[in-house]
Design a protein around this ligand. Structure first.
Ligand code: ADP
Ligand code: X15
Length: 396
């Protein structure tokens, strides 16, 4: 496999898959640019060599084609500033005549950002002819999207077959992420605690079973917890829940018991009467969320319970906020868990925090430099720790 730093991009148009799936607020402002900053060294090296860069990414999970909310156009000005004023052009589509003309007109030293790949259903389907159309835009392929390496999509995995060696490779971010994750995986000291939360329940619940082979403790908070609580017969009101995963949740609770893995669930929640920053709130025990209310954060007793396990751990892996930390009323749980991880780290534990929103939370609290490693990948990092070869890595 060719090594990115040894490759000379002079005169070449590099098609670079990045993960620019950054959080945006309702004014389309970027609230955390970690993933963009993390891709800058790769982009700069190609430009410095005398090459041109064509960036491909997804943003969010658009369901019905092009929508302004999910347009990568919102990222252009910030990208220009991160690249010290380099020329950044934008193509309104990632394939077809618009993209082809923009790529053909692109000059060496310039950057072209393509519109959201997921505006085409073919991307997530891993459609080979869509991948081939993307591949035609450049003459070398660089995968720097660690955060999306667990997806077998057209731009992350299928596209690689259209580039022969040495014209396909990982970028600097992907190299660094994989090497760090390998180091942690091979040197993890017990007790090993995985902390899961967030809102991508149907995806990430599937990871728990394999994680049980590695982790001594699995803490489950955030939106992920309520499927487990409901499976235990608790009243969760309108909290986030995957009703078709209730049996799986019960099986996982049973497997944890059999394997001697401590699966820790929240004991209380900050319940809200609506999903809004100005909602009425109350702290309730988790068997008692009133009908019509929803758990939007873990409560103080849960923070204390989780902190105890975290502080007794030597290796800590965290993906998924404990609540809707974007709203002030629901950020105490995430902050409390972050504080416990920082304390454990100061006492010698190795802590790895990953995922677009989890990293945004840690940055928001000013704690990013007090954990051992911040990863751009959430689901990707978890699947790596399951021992899987991620499709984006295998394809290269
Ligand atoms: N109890 C909850 N109910 C609804 N959403 C939640 C809850 N707890 C956390 N979230 C949301 O989960 C989102 C992050 O989930 P996810 O994408 O899985 O994390 P990451 O991006 O770190 O991998 C955040 O936007 C947060 O508001
Ligand atoms: O944000 C991401 O993953 P994460 O929420 O697990 O950190 C990646 O950009 C992948 O996005 P996806 O989960 O919509 O495929």
């Amino acid at each position: 496999m060719s090594k990115f730093s040894d490759y000379n991009f002079n005169g070449r148009k590099a098609l670079v898959r990045v993960d620019f799936n950054v959080p945006l607020n309702d004014k389309f402002e970027i609230t955390d640019d970690t993933r963009m900053r993390a891709a800058v060294p790769t982009i700069k090296k190609i430009l410095k060599d005398g090459g041109a860069v064509i960036l491909m990414s997804h943003l969010g999970r658009p369901k019905d084609g092009p929508t302004d909310k999910y347009s990568l156009r919102h990222l252009v000005y910030h990208l220009i500033s991160l690249l010290d004023g380099a020329t950044v052009k934008f193509a309104e589509d990632c394939t077809g005549p618009v993209a082809e003309k923009a790529a053909a007109d692109l000059q060496m030293g310039e950057v072209l950002l393509l519109e959201n790949l997921r505006f085409h259903k073919a991307e997530e389907k891993g459609d080979a002819s869509f991948a081939e159309q993307l591949a035609k835009l450049g003459n070398v392929y660089v995968n720097d999207a660690f955060g999306t390496a667990h997806r077998a999509h057209a731009s992350t995995a299928v596209i690689a077959q259209f580039f022969a060696q040495p014209d396909r490779m990982f970028g600097l971010l992907m190299e660094a992420e994989v090497s760090n994750a390998e180091k942690v995986l091979n040197n993890a000291t017990a007790p090993f605690t995985a902390i899961l939360g967030g809102a991508k329940v149907s995806d990430k619940i599937l990871i728990i079973e394999t994680l049980m082979d590695r982790a001594n403790n699995i803490i489950i908070g955030g939106g992920m917890a309520y499927t487990f609580l409901k499976a235990q017969g608790k009243e969760i009101g309108n909290s986030l829940c995957e009703n078709d995963k209730l049996d799986l949740a019960n099986e996982l609770l049973e497997k944890a018991r059999t394997k001697g893995v401590q699966l820790v669930l929240p004991v209380d929640s900050v319940a809200a009467d609506k999903f809004a920053a100005d909602a009425a709130t109350q702290v309730v025990s988790n068997d008692n969320i009133p009908a019509g209310w929803m758990g939007l954060d873990i409560g103080p007793a849960s923070v204390a319970l989780f902190s105890e396990t975290i502080q007794a751990s030597k290796t800590i892996l965290w993906n998924g906020p404990m609540g809707v930390f974007e709203m002030e009323a629901f950020q105490k749980g995430t902050k409390g868990v972050a504080d416990a991880i920082v304390l454990a780290t100061a006492q010698g534990a190795f802590s790895l925090v990953g995922g677009g929103d989890s990293v945004a939370a840690v940055n928001q609290f000013g704690l990013a430099d007090r954990v051992s490693y911040v990863s751009t990948g959430g689901g990707a990092m978890l699947e790596f720790f399951e021992g899987k070869v991620l499709p984006g890595i295998a394809a290269i």
